[in-house]
Ligand binder design. Structure first.
Ligand SMILES: CSC[C@H]1O[C@H](OP(=O)(O)O)[C@H](O)[C@@H]1O
Length: 360
């Protein structure tokens, strides 16, 4: 997607063919900085610190991390070490773990001399697959927005979203925002209510940045306002991304998603989840089995932003000595999800069985 008129992806192989560059998302929207990853340790650090974040993007970053490691040492021990290193970065998004399992299956049987080349090919292929998947999610999801616009000619379609599941959460184009971009680009009037998404503020900092760059009207709201907004501001639908979906449709996504889904249900507003179908974890029967990442309490007790002099700074916002509980995700029960927007179409949990054929 574009930033100030220039096309970008969130991650790319450098021209030298053996390092990878990313956009440092911890500094957006105030500072645009590119960071070069030269090793698996760099990739792991970028994932843990959320310089790169978003389920599909951390999966692709991990794939490149494996390739970077094997470039210097492609032994069995080195392969197992880099898989363990990257598996340990963040637990909830299945895309990271699915990608590493896929890489393990491909690379373990190979002669060590072939692993680095094949690992890089896999990372590059997964990056291109992600973009194609997201474009297909956009097309299928735009059908929903188009139908609402057709039912209500002449008025704007109001959409609520949470966190950032735009192109910054993927390699490009996004998941939850992909249908919004597609509808906007074909001339449908859309407006997005953007939950700021405490504590890391992916909504206020990243989704608002994306939508602004693309010219999509939007309004940032406090997370606690989403119920009031849905109830009083004519929201037509809610769309979020996700990090892991159990077989029954229970959905792990950014903390606060469950509250948004409850408000949508109470006001008979359809709540959709957009995802690459490989985000469905068929090994889990229900959402209680999904591991929820708990992050450093300091993310809750302070906020970072630009101070009066324009410098990036962190400000304490809680009483001295206060403790904080910082779950990074919650689980929305399947009963609150109208449908799942995937690259294969609009699915219900009953359809997930067809995904098993793919995974086989
Ligand atoms: C395109 S999926 C994005 C998904 O990932 C986010 O989590 P985080 O920013 O902590 O990586 C959030 O759950 C989004 O819905």
């Amino acid at each position: 997607m574009k930033i100030n008129g220039q096309s970008w992806r969130t991650i790319w192989l450098d021209d030298n063919g053996h390092s990878v560059s990313i956009i440092d998302q911890t500094l957006l929207p105030h500072v645009f900085r590119i960071v070069r990853l030269d090793s698996a340790d760099d990739a792991a650090r970028a994932i843990r610190s959320m310089q790169v974040r978003g389920a599909p993007l951390i999966g692709v970053t991990a794939a490149f991390g494996v390739a970077l490691a094997l470039r210097t040492d492609s032994s069995d021990a080195a392969l197992e070490a880099v898989l363990a290193l990257l598996h340990a970065t963040r637990p909830t998004a299945v895309n990271l773990h699915w990608t590493l399992d896929r890489a393990a299956g491909v690379l373990r049987p190979l002669a060590a001399s072939r692993r680095a080349e094949i690992a890089l090919d896999l990372a590059l292929r997964l990056a291109e697959e992600d973009v194609a998947i997201n474009r297909a999610i956009g097309e299928h999801g735009a059908d929903i927005i188009r139908a609402i616009a057709t039912r209500h000619p002449g008025r704007t379609v109001n959409i609520a979203t949470h966190c950032n599941a735009g192109w910054l959460g993927t390699v490009d184009y996004g998941t939850a925002l992909a249908p919004i971009y597609r509808a906007h680009d074909e001339g449908i009037a859309v407006h997005v209510y953007v939950d700021e998404t405490r504590p890391r503020l992916q909504g206020a900092a990243l989704t608002a940045f994306e939508l602004g760059q693309h010219g999509v009207p939007h309004t940032v709201i406090p997370d606690g306002a989403s119920g009031h907004v849905i109830r009083t501001r004519g929201v037509d639908l809610a769309i979020t991304g996700c990090d892991r979906v159990a077989r029954n449709g229970d959905t792990a996504n950014k903390i606060g998603t469950y509250m948004l889904a409850l408000a949508a249900a109470d006001n008979h507003v359809p709540f959709y989840v957009a995802l690459p179908s490989r985000t469905v974890d068929l090994s889990l029967a229900a959402g209680h089995a999904i591991e929820i990442e708990e992050r450093d309490e300091r993310e809750v007790l302070s906020v970072s932003g630009r101070d009066g002099d324009g410098a990036i700074t962190s400000l304490s916002i809680a009483a001295p000595g206060a403790n904080a509980f910082n779950p990074a995700f919650d689980v929305t029960p399947a009963r609150l999800v109208r449908a799942f927007i995937t690259e294969r179409g609009i699915l219900a949990p009953a359809d997930f069985g067809l995904l098993a054929d793919d995974a086989a």
